[in-house]
Write a protein that binds this ligand. Structure first.
Ligand code: F3S
Length: 397
């Protein structure tokens, strides 16, 4: 007799509980599900989800979707092939039929799926996991997409890992005794530290100068990319560090790492190759906030992106709509800047565009794109300021 999907999902969570040596389950209030791009999920995922739909499965928890492989409206402008688009739409529809909201962003915390401090959730996008754990103080383990889907369907997760107080205490101090010169350097720092630590470690950073929220998102995404980390603290800044007085008692016996400026320089030279020509500027990994896009708009005052460069910003529909209402979208379009939603430069099939050289301010994107493109695309990591001075010219209008 065929086992039902509900039974299989129950089994999956039980196996997970056994692996983590717990018998206790806790309810989850929100879920965020990855595995939405047809590029990475494939036909097998579509068939699996459609099978669940036929069986009448629905989620019982508020759940949202991560980016897909294309902008669901502007996919032709992105150069996406018809067949890919057809399959991508079918995949998103299958998730929707299970009751999951297609917000299609990796920054769900900007778009309604915003946990509170201490709330137990189940997220499966590594950058969103580390952001809500570290910058909001919510609690989630780093789930695979089927685990998160199962949590949304059953409304519960095994109680283990980062849901427990003892696993949220920092294990290593990271001293950064110099000022990081741009947002891109926070990402490089994340790559360097991620390579030094094991996934279950929890660093606490001591910065020379207080970072912005946007810098910490880039840091977290990179820590998750190179080291699979899911939580970090920043002394005097992040909510648990502030509430626990920077874990002063625990930190007495902690290992300590002091970062040397040369390590970031060396990481930049080792990991990233500057392309001969920048064909595409890709901003928004993780998906850009309103503030980040307004900053780009400001930097482009009296300037325009050169005609032979694509300048793409990836964000959510929610953020794009806010920018449209303020007239920013139209102003950026006149400056040759395009804003795409529902997707990003890593999960979309950019290889179809004939792109060979990309510039980005995101270390996570710079880490993944060469791997996903089998080295055919070269990626330069630069700050927004550096990128604009290279690809913009004085506007004649
Ligand atoms: Fe988001 Fe894509 Fe980066 S899903 S974190 S923009 S790789």
């Amino acid at each position: 007799m065929k086992t039902s999907w509900l039974e299989r999902i129950e089994q999956l969570l039980s196996v997970l509980a056994r692996i983590w040596e717990t018998e206790e389950f806790v309810p989850v209030s929100r879920v965020h599900v990855s595995g939405v791009s047809y590029k990475t999920a494939g036909m097998h995922m579509i068939e699996l989800l459609e099978d669940m739909v036929r069986e009448g499965i629905r989620v019982r928890t508020y759940a949202t979707l991560n980016p897909a492989g294309m902008d669901l409206e502007l996919w032709r402008e992105m150069g996406i092939p018809e067949e890919f688009a057809r399959n991508q739409i079918r995949l998103v529809k299958a998730y929707e039929k299970l009751g999951i909201k297609p917000i299609l962003t990796c920054a769900p915390y900007f778009c309604g799926n915003t946990p509170k401090f201490g709330e137990i959730v189940a997220f499966s996008e590594s950058s969103a996991v580390i952001t809500v754990n570290s910058l909001i103080g919510a609690r989630t383990n780093r789930h695979g997409n089927l685990e998160a889907l199962s949590a949304a369907i059953l409304g519960k997760v095994p109680k283990y890992g980062l849901l427990l107080d003892e696993n949220r205490v920092p294990t290593v101090k990271i001293d950064v005794p110099f000022e990081l010169s741009s947002e891109a350097h926070y990402g490089l720092l994340g790559i360097v530290i991620g390579e030094k630590l094991r996934a279950e470690e929890v660093p606490i950073f001591y910065f020379h100068k207080p970072p912005f929220f946007s810098d910490l998102r880039l840091l977290g995404a990179a820590l998750a990319a190179s080291g699979s980390l899911a939580l970090f603290h920043v002394a005097d800044i992040t909510p648990e560090a502030v509430r626990k007085r920077n874990f002063t008692a625990e930190s007495q016996s902690m290992e300590s790492i002091t970062i040397d400026q040369n390590e970031l320089k060396e990481a930049k030279e080792r990991l990233f190759q500057k392309p001969e020509k920048i064909d595409l500027v890709a901003i928004g990994c993780p998906h850009a906030s309103v503030k980040e896009i307004l900053e780009i708009d400001k930097r482009l005052q009296n300037k325009r992106i050169k005609e032979d460069v694509h300048f793409w910003i990836f964000t959510s529909r929610y953020v794009k709509e806010l920018l449209r209402k303020q007239g920013v979208l139209e102003r950026l379009r006149r400056k040759n800047v395009k804003i795409f939603t529902d997707t990003c430069m890593v999960v979309s099939p950019i290889e179809y565009l004939g792109i060979k050289g990309i510039a980005t301010n995101s270390a996570k994107a710079a880490w993944y794109i060469p791997r996903f493109s089998k080295g055919e695309i070269k990626v330069a990591i630069m700050s927004i300021q550096e990128i604009i001075s290279e690809v913009a010219e004085v506007s004649k209008k």
